[in-house]
Design a protein around this ligand. Structure first.
Ligand SMILES: C[S@@+](CC[C@H](N)C(=O)[O-])C[C@H]1O[C@@H](n2cnc3c(N)ncnc32)[C@H](O)[C@@H]1O
Length: 210
């Protein structure tokens, strides 16, 4: 990774977060999710699609033991940098792995909390940036916006403890009927725990439980 491409830094609570042009910048969806999470010290947390790592690192400041992953190698490098520069604030363990959704886990891994701010925009709504394609992979959810979310929902119960909760972001620009159908097929219980409107779009934070 070319270190010269590292750009800005910002503060979230006490965390110092660097961002990178090939990695998703924390935005309204990130902060809505952060405001919605209920994390306890000692919780085992798995964050998928960690981007710059802000959500996983925040959970570790509370004392959760955090594993996160991303398919974007620039994100994984950036998370390692953000981990190092916030080391003193972290009360729980923190690890980042590169890979696709649950592929980074062992079959027997179980978590109290699983978090995913997925690429959720229907292809027709997103502004394709092109270039290396990593930014597009952060936002493009395919024709119905649910490509990655569907794969997440279909397997998440295998990695969730009995009383665990899987949080994810859904955009009203995606297909909610299809989302409900996907969730119903898993027998997981769904709750929308928070929502926020932005112009023509509403973002919802879903919590899935066994
Ligand atoms: C909307 S961004 C969220 C980034 C960060 N969690 C946040 O909230 O600011 C989606 C992230 O998911 C990652 N991603 C996309 N598809 C993935 C997959 N199949 N497996 C793991 N990560 C994925 C992207 O690289 C990107 O970092």
């Amino acid at each position: 990774m070319n270190k010269n491409k590292l750009e800005k830094t910002f503060k979230y609570k006490r965390l110092t977060i660097s961002i990178h042009k090939e990695v998703y910048d924390p935005a309204e969806d990130t902060f809505l999710l952060l405001d919605s999470l209920i994390i306890k010290p000692g919780d085992r947390v798995f964050e998928i699609g960690t981007g710059c790592g802000i959500i996983g690192l925040y959970c570790a400041t509370i004392g959760a033991d955090v594993l996160c992953c991303d398919i974007n190698p620039f994100a994984v490098e950036l998370v390692k940098k953000n981990y190092q520069q916030n080391l003193k604030l972290l009360k729980g363990n923190f690890e980042v792995r590169i890979g696709d959704i649950f592929s980074v886990l062992n079959k027997e891994d179980l978590f109290d909390i699983i978090v995913f701010n997925p690429p959720y925009l229907p292809t027709s709504f997103q502004d394709l940036v092109g270039g290396s394609g990593w930014f597009d992979k952060s936002v493009d959810g395919g024709t119905d916006g649910l490509n990655t979310t569907k794969r997440f929902i279909e397997s998440v119960s295998n990695y969730l403890k009995k009383d665990g909760c899987a949080y994810f972001i859904f955009s009203s620009l995606s297909d909610r009927k299809k989302l409900n159908k996907i969730i119903n097929q898993t027998y997981l219980n769904k709750t929308i725990i928070s929502s926020k409107k932005f112009n023509d779009e509403q973002l919802d934070v879903y919590c899935l439980k066994k």
